[in-house]
Design a protein around this ligand. Structure first.
Ligand code: GAR
Length: 202
């Protein structure tokens, strides 16, 4: 069966990468295969997860010259159909987005358009939600365009904020109740579209 080749781009512990790996193992991500993991620095937890799952991996340091060129080259070399930013903490340029021919998805740990855009990443997002006093937050999977966290929304899921939450407890609940469910679902939806396009071109 035809599948879409996925690259997952990561900056951290990689629990969202793990959710994709597990969904593939359970047969829920059946239209896609994770073909490459790109880590933007050495030594992060996501690399060990990729290694354990036997997935090709590459470290391309974001802080070094030519990061985007090297990522584009790796995506082309591995014939990647779709890129997934799963806890990637950089911002890709409009040039990068124009030059990668496939869709790029991102998972954001809030209900866009709240608590998003430049400077809103990781625990900062949850801290901002708590400071604001919202009673509901959540996660969003969206297409990546030239506006940080501004591309078309694909899936969203709400999560309750509970009394006594800290940024850490809220982050964990948003991951468990939203991110790890939404990201594999979104990946499957887009991979299935890619496969349909490939089949119609055959
Ligand atoms: C996740 O909560 C993800 O949504 C967030 O970083 C965390 C990475 O965790 N991403 C952003 O804030 C992007 N703006 P992980 O490495 O365990 O998947």
């Amino acid at each position: 069966m035809l599948t879409a080749r996925i690259a997952v781009v990561v900056s951290g512990g990689g629990t969202n990468l793990q959710a994709l790996i597990d969904a593939q193992a359970r047969g829920e991500l059946k239209s896609g295969q994770i073909a490459l993991v790109i880590a933007d620095k050495a030594g992060i937890g996501a690399i060990a997860r990729a290694e354990k799952a036997g997935i090709d991996r590459k470290v391309i340091v974001r802080k070094e010259e030519g990061f985007e060129e090297k990522v584009l080259a790796a995506l082309a070399e591995h014939r990647i159909d779709m890129a997934v930013l799963a806890g990637f903490l950089g911002i890709l340029s409009a040039d990068f987005i124009a030059r990668f021919p496939g869709p790029i998805l991102n998972i954001h740990p809030a209900l866009i358009p709240s608590f998003c855009g430049k400077g809103f990443y990781g625990l900062r997002v949850h801290r901002a939600a708590l400071d604001c006093g919202v009673k509901v937050t959540g996660a969003t999977v969206h297409y990546v365009n030239e506006v940080p966290d501004g591309g078309r929304i694909l899936l969203q899921k709400a999560v309750d904020v509970l009394p006594g939450d800290t940024p850490e407890t809220l982050q964990r609940r948003v991951m468990e109740e939203a991110e790890w469910i939404l990201l594999p679902q979104a990946a499957e939806i887009v991979c299935a579209q890619i496969v349909r396009e490939k089949e119609s071109n055959e």
